[in-house]
Design a protein around this ligand. Structure first.
Ligand code: NDP
Length: 311
């Protein structure tokens, strides 16, 4: 069985930064990329708040730079999904794609988070036929068409603005009477002429013969003036947040009620010695590229310390 000193799972800013630090510390890290190499940032547009890029940088480019920086120092980056783990043994065992089991002295979990769906049967019915959780991936199909984006946070605003550049009209469907997004994003939404914000609207379902042709909404649900609103749309985009990708670790690693991996305050240490968590999978609060990168750095430093102390 292959044995590695440091196994990193995940290829977002946390995973790649951990790989940069671990390789420079001679831990010869092996990193598994998962199904979305580069992670969530590869599905965003311009990143304007990552220090060092005053003119902005695309998510894909930033992740490519981080990846090649990790490779430059010898990190081995592989394709594969973790299918199961056994953290009850020493060294830890991690199985990839139900096929290969690797022994690891330390493990850094940096599996990030995935987009949430509303849980409506129509989301599955129209999957790939007008329903998407990634505007930059699928926006191109809606040029000069009409789309709805659900959510009131920064992601929803960002997606709505991006889609407004392609589509004829964008409805932003917000369940509260206000946006949760940052001021700057709210202002940009307000300045974009072809975005119409529908406050206090919730989604009941979708309709259409061959793909999405419309959305059924309810305005002011539960109030005396509750009203059903049907809108003709061609695309339905979810932007209601994310859930942490921690399921495969849950038999061993403690998580909170939402599934975020619990870490010792101020450190990336999980309840299992030698297993560390970094980035969005362990961060319900900040969820930024820069905070994920920082936690990846800490995880690699802690992995190195753990290896030294356990020798
Ligand atoms: P958020 O958790 O901030 O927002 C989720 C939004 O979806 C909220 O408006 C929420 O409504 C709404 N929502 C959740 N569940 C439902 C539901 N079932 N039906 C309808 N609406 C629902 O997630 P984001 O992904 O927007 O942002 C995550 C983090 O990433 C934040 O910290 C954000 O600041 C950051 N971010 C920053 C960017 C930037 O430009 N710097 C870009 C993108 C993200 P409600 O408000 O009612 O709870």
């Amino acid at each position: 069985m292959e044995r590695v000193k440091c196994l990193i799972i995940g290829s977002g800013p946390a995973g790649y930064t951990a790989a940069i630090y671990a390789s420079r510390a001679n831990l010869s890290p092996v990193l598994y990329e998962g199904i979305q190499p580069g992670g969530q940032l590869t599905t965003t547009t311009e990143i304007e708040n990552f220090p060092g890029f005053p003119d902005g940088i695309t998510g894909t480019e930033l992740m490519e730079k981080m990846r090649s920086q990790a490779e430059r120092f010898g990190a081995e980056i592989r394709i594969g999904m973790v299918s199961s783990v056994d953290f009850g043994v020493t060294p830890k065992q991690v199985t990839i794609d139900n096929e290969t089991t690797i022994e690891a002295d330390t493990v850094i979990i940096a599996t990030g988070a995935s987009a949430k769906y509303l849980g409506l049967p129509d989301e599955q019915k129209y999957a790939g036929m007008g329903v998407s959780a990634c505007a930059t991936c699928d926006g191109f199909f809606y040029r000069k068409k009409t789309v709805a984006v659900v959510g009131g946070g920064d992601t929803a605003c960002e997606e709505a603005i991006y889609l407004a550049g392609l589509a004829k009209k964008v409805y932003l469907v917000v369940r509260k009477p206000f946006l949760r997004a940052s001021k700057i994003m709210q202002e940009r939404v307000a300045e974009t002429e072809n975005i119409e914000v529908l406050y206090e609207h919730q989604t009941l379902g979708l309709f259409g013969e061959n793909g999405v042709e419309g959305v059924r909404l309810v305005k002011r649900r539960g109030e005396t003036d509750e009203e059903e609103v049907n809108l003709a749309i061609d695309g339905f985009f979810l932007a209601i947040g994310h859930h942490p990708n921690s399921d495969v670790f849950k038999n061993f690693v403690e998580t909170d009620e939402l599934g975020y991996i619990k870490t010792e305050a101020g450190t990336p240490k999980t309840n299992i010695e030698g297993v560390f968590a970094a980035g969005d999978v362990a961060d319900p609060h900040y969820r930024q590229a820069i905070t994920a990168a920082a936690s990846g750095c800490r995880a690699a430093i802690e992995a190195e310390r753990y290896l030294k102390s356990s020798k």
